[in-house]
Design a protein around this ligand. Sequence first.
Ligand SMILES: NC(=O)c1ccc[n+]([C@@H]2O[C@H](COP(=O)([O-])OP(=O)(O)OC[C@H]3O[C@@H](n4cnc5c(N)ncnc54)[C@H](OP(=O)(O)O)[C@@H]3O)[C@@H](O)[C@H]2O)c1
Length: 264
Amino acid sequence: MQEFRHAVVTGASGGIGEAFARELAARGCDLILVARGVDRLEALAEELQGRHGITADVLPADLGDPVQVEKVAARVTDAAGTLDLLVNSAGALGAIGPLFVQDAEAVRRNLALSTLPIVGLTQAALPGMIANGHGGVINVSSVMAFLPAPGGAVYSASKAFATSFSESVHGEVNWRGVHVTAVCPGSTGGTRLHRSAGHRESGRLGRLLDVGDVAREGLAAVTAGRPICVPGLDYRWRVAMSRLLPRGLVRARYYRRWGRRVPR
Ligand SMILES: NC(=O)c1ccc[n+]([C@@H]2O[C@H](COP(=O)([O-])OP(=O)(O)OC[C@H]3O[C@@H](n4cnc5c(N)ncnc54)[C@H](OP(=O)(O)O)[C@@H]3O)[C@@H](O)[C@H]2O)c1
């Protein structure tokens, strides 16, 4: 497996991003850790440096703010000589419920967070990786990218964006030794996002994935040059069925399941 030596991980203060950081550190990869929660980032950096003898720098940023995305992009550009992996994992579920009851400003902020950093940081990372002839970008998307999701329209559409973006950019750079992968997990345990969805023992669609397994499958996929990775056999089967069945049948199933739950 290709080893990564220097990575930027967004959303590293918890959940899937933290799992990527832990897995990479255990493989000897130096890290730049990005999120808003400075205390959690500093504690993680200290732990990983002590345990694995790597260098872990903390870069606090609110990636819902385009100005702060630019600040992180500048750091990514500065690291061009050595940076060989970017993991975009920062994200939030946002409000659940039909679009017509949601706060417009909150929707705008969530849409900015789930799209602008992926584009801006990928764009900043690629020139250095191409010059070095190797590297990878992982954009953490979701199985919701493949399904109609009444009640989560903006979230699922932003994940469809992340998946389509990754697949297209992969086609631009893979022949230069650089791979871009959308990692599309189903419900993943031990994450704040999963807790905010109100589920506990199980996921919205199936069993709960383990954060470490998601990170390991994502790293294996980007190393192998696969542009889309759906971790877990049961979620892969579900996504395959949603793509094979007539769309009308898929819509009917998920409209029935989620479409009429309007909060009061
Ligand atoms: N959990 C699931 O079931 C699941 C399933 C499919 C896909 N995903 C995707 O996985 C990714 C990671 O989410 P998670 O499940 O690991 O949830 P999580 O435990 O809530 O972690 C989210 C991470 O994103 C960071 N973040 C949130 N808002 C941010 C902002 N405005 N600026 C910078 N960082 C921000 C958080 O850090 P701070 O709060 O410290 O900023 C945290 O590090 C997301 O893109 C999510 O859509 C999750």
